[in-house]
Design a protein around this ligand. Structure first.
Ligand code: ADP
Ligand code: MG
Length: 705
């Protein structure tokens, strides 16, 4: 038995949270800071020094030697630059530990070394990190020692956002303002803020670290670029929710404890569909905290896995042929007086406020499906969305039977008079209780599913930040709320106006609702008939960022300027080309230096033994050896041809100066050339002696963790 954990005692232990602040800050300072955090007002600069000192003392008592501004540039991972607290030595050679308000509030990393899509040239390198006091500081304990981490936003000298957090905070302001207008229309006078709540479910793989280190593809790209399927895949459905093996269990236990210490509400854990795949979900939180915490979850997973001699793979598709990993983004809107705007209640047909919110969300998702799709694009997710695996790349909304029925009533007769009920679930076993059923079943194939009191956006990739998806959701819904409020605030007869508006919105945007099987080919055809976009790759999704529609939307709500959008598009094209370039070069390396030499060794061995057998016994049947020799040699020569082709096309693509054209070349030419090289290599893996194969197989990696 492992040692017992007192969760209540360790939870939030490493966070400079409200309790700590109340204890350690003078009352007036605490009040001011709390007001800033709760009301979203500007920070009073005069209190920064006091907060900094309290934070430093608290951190040093816990063994901290360094602090860092912790931010989320457009690299997909977090960044940090550590400074120790020590001052310059005095005349006696003694140092003291220092940390000023200025150091807390502002940092100055070199902006030109982070992706900026042309916003920053190397000669104009200044960039600033600014303390986001709405996200608490925390201390991290790892091999580096103890570090005080201060969540910050990252902007350029001229104020453009260079990170994930700044636009997220801007979009939260936008939805707050517009959602409050909707609440006011329905007579709510008490709510002061509406905040998007987000619960991201994180999928991941764990593999043995020693085996991982034998695979250059995993090391350089996070996914396997070669690998034949083992005799068993996920067809038995025996991994999903399966019993958790001891090694994985000890990892999960430590992960939970580390996360709890950091105030992350790790809640649900289970095995996922693919062998070696697992999931962790925290309890939902306000969007910016959820985004930060998800970064902490990903970082902590990697660290804890290492301590257990495993590697955590966050890539969307580490292994071909079994499921990849995603990150379901659960999203709802909650007011500070406790109302979830997405809660339909028991009788949604009577809940006019809910129906208006639902109709506005349908409109937003229908009009801006391309932006949602773009937000879920990353290089790894191309293997999932619209490719071999779900969810599909077509954006649609699942609302379930109950709401679809209400929508039908409203669209067909103009009135909704009843809501379907869930009824009882009869188990047929006398000793089991009859359960109350939900009014609606789940639909696992929908990219955007209503699940009771929230929407679940299922497209985000497992390695990606959830910030972009929430920036889009917050802003597009803010827009449709605004358009509704503009009209309804002017209406003479509010009840009539809102009723008509709901009917119109539902009728206009009905096409976005799809309750059927999103994985079927029939849906792809149906979506074409409905005029819904089906964007099947990242490079084709990126242009959504800079359409006139997107620029208007984002500029209206102050979320992105046109220049920021253009820079983000540029950053994404570059990220795509660079990632595929690394994959191609890794394949070239593995094929040329590992696989081909191994196969040559194998064929040489075969030829030797063929010769020896023939010499010893001329009448022996050596057809097996000769056939194998013929087959492997043919595949070997296919491989050589494919390798040369990949080398050429990669070199050509790399030389294309325009970021968009270059990314397209990688997508349309390099990716197929990689597949062409993989095919004979994977076939060879099935033929060549296991002892000679230069790296661990899929079976070794996913079944022997
Ligand atoms: P599922 O059955 O969908 O896989 P999980 O329990 O794995 O459910 O995850 C659901 C996630 O949704 C959790 O992170 C949970 O906290 C979050 N969630 C629940 N209610 C809300 C809500 N109202 N708004 C946002 N997220 C929510
Ligand atoms: Mg789940």
């Amino acid at each position: 038995m492992s040692e017992l954990v007192n969760v209540a005692e360790i939870f939030g232990k490493n966070v400079f949270n409200e309790t700590v602040m109340r204890e350690r800050l003078p009352k007036s300072v605490f009040k001011k800071l709390k007001k800033t955090i709760e009301d979203g007002t500007e920070l009073d600069p005069s209190i920064a020094d006091v907060v900094a000192h309290a934070m430093k003392d608290w951190a040093i008592e816990r063994g901290a030697t360094h602090y860092t501004h912790w931010f989320q540039p457009l690299t997909g991972v977090t960044a940090e630059k550590h400074d120790s607290f020590i001052s310059a030595p005095d005349s006696e050679g003694k140092v003291i530990m220092e940390f000023s308000g200025k150091e807390l509030v502002k940092g100055e990393p070199d902006a030109s070394s982070f992706p900026s899509g042309g916003l920053r040239a190397t000669f104009e390198a200044r960039g600033y990190t600014a303390w986001d006091c709405t996200s608490p500081a925390f201390i991290r304990e790892d091999a580096l020692g103890v570090t005080l981490c201060i969540p910050t936003a990252f902007c350029s000298y001229t104020g453009e956002a260079l990170d994930q957090k700044t636009p997220l905070l801007r979009s939260m302001q936008a939805i707050d303002e517009q959602a409050l207008r909707i609440l006011r229309l329905f007579g709510n006078t008490t709510a002061k803020r509406v905040v998007p709540s987000v619960g991201p479910e994180q999928e991941y793989f764990l593999v043995d670290r020693a085996k991982y280190l034998q695979r250059k593809d995993l090391i350089y790209t996070g996914r396997t670029l070669f690998g034949a399927m083992p005799p068993k895949g996920q067809e038995m459905d025996d991994h999903y929710f399966g019993a958790i093996p001891e090694r994985i269990g000890s990892f999960m236990k430590e992960l939970n404890e580390e996360l709890w210490k950091l105030g992350v509400t790790a809640k649900t854990q289970h095995n996922e569909v693919a062998p070696a795949q697992h999931e962790l979900a925290p309890i939902y939180d306000q969007a910016n905290l959820a985004v930060d915490n998800n970064q902490i979850v990903m970082e902590t997973m990697k660290k804890v896995a290492e301590r257990h001699h495993m590697t955590c793979l966050l890539h969307e598709k580490p292994f071909a042929g079994v499921n990849g990993s995603g990150k379901h983004n659960n999203w709802s809107l909650t007011s500070d007086d406790g109302i979830n705007l997405l809660n339909p209640g028991d009788t949604p047909h009577e809940n006019i406020q809910f129906l208006l919110v639902l109709a506005c969300i349908m409109k937003a998702v229908d009009i801006h499906a391309d932006l949602l799709r773009e937000a879920a694009s990353d290089v790894g997710n191309d293997h999932r969305l619209g490719a071999n695996e779900a969810p599909p790349a077509i954006i649609s909304i699942f609302v379930g039977d109950q709401l679809e029925d209400v929508i039908d009533q409203l669209c067909n007769t103009g009135e909704a008079t009843h809501s379907k009920k869930g009824g009882k679930l009869m188990t047929g076993v006398a000793t089991l209780p009859d359960l109350d059923k939900d009014a609606t079943d789940r639909n696992r194939t929908s990219p955007f599913a209503f699940t009771g009191n929230k929407f679940e956006f299922r497209m985000v990739g497992s390695s990606d930040s959830v910030a972009p998806a929430n920036v889009v959701l917050n802003t597009i819904v803010a827009e449709s709320f605004k358009e509704a409020a503009d009209e309804l605030e002017k209406a003479d007869d509010f009840d009539m106006a809102v009723h008509d508006m709901i009917k119109k919105l539902l009728a206009d945007h009905r096409r976005i609702i799809f309750n059927g099987n999103g994985y079927s080919d029939a849906w792809v055809e149906e979506a074409v008939r409905r005029g819904l976009p089906n964007i099947t790759s990242m490079v084709d999704a990126i242009p959504a960022l800079t359409t006139a529609k997107a620029v208007k939307l984002y500029e209206e709500f102050g979320v992105f300027t046109k220049a920021e959008l253009e820079s983000r598009a540029e950053v994404e094209y570059e990220a795509y080309a660079k990632a595929i370039n690394i994959e191609a070069k890794t394949m070239i390396d593995m094929a040329g230096k590992q696989i081909i030499p191994a196969v040559i060794k194998y064929t040489t061995g075969l030829a030797d033994s063929l010769g020896k057998v023939k010499a010893a016994c001329p009448e022996a049947d050596t057809s097996v050896q000769s056939e194998l020799l013929i087959e492997t040699s043919a595949l070997l020569s296919d491989m050589k041809v494919a390798l040369a082709a990949l080398e050429d096309i990669t070199e050509e693509s790399l030389a294309i100066p325009d970021a968009c054209l270059c990314a397209h070349a990688y997508h349309e030419k390099v990716v197929p050339a990689m597949a062409a090289l993989r095919k004979p290599a994977d076939e060879l893996e099935m033929l060549v002696d296991k002892e000679l194969w230069p790296f661990p197989s899929y079976g070794d990696l996913i079944f022997e963790v």
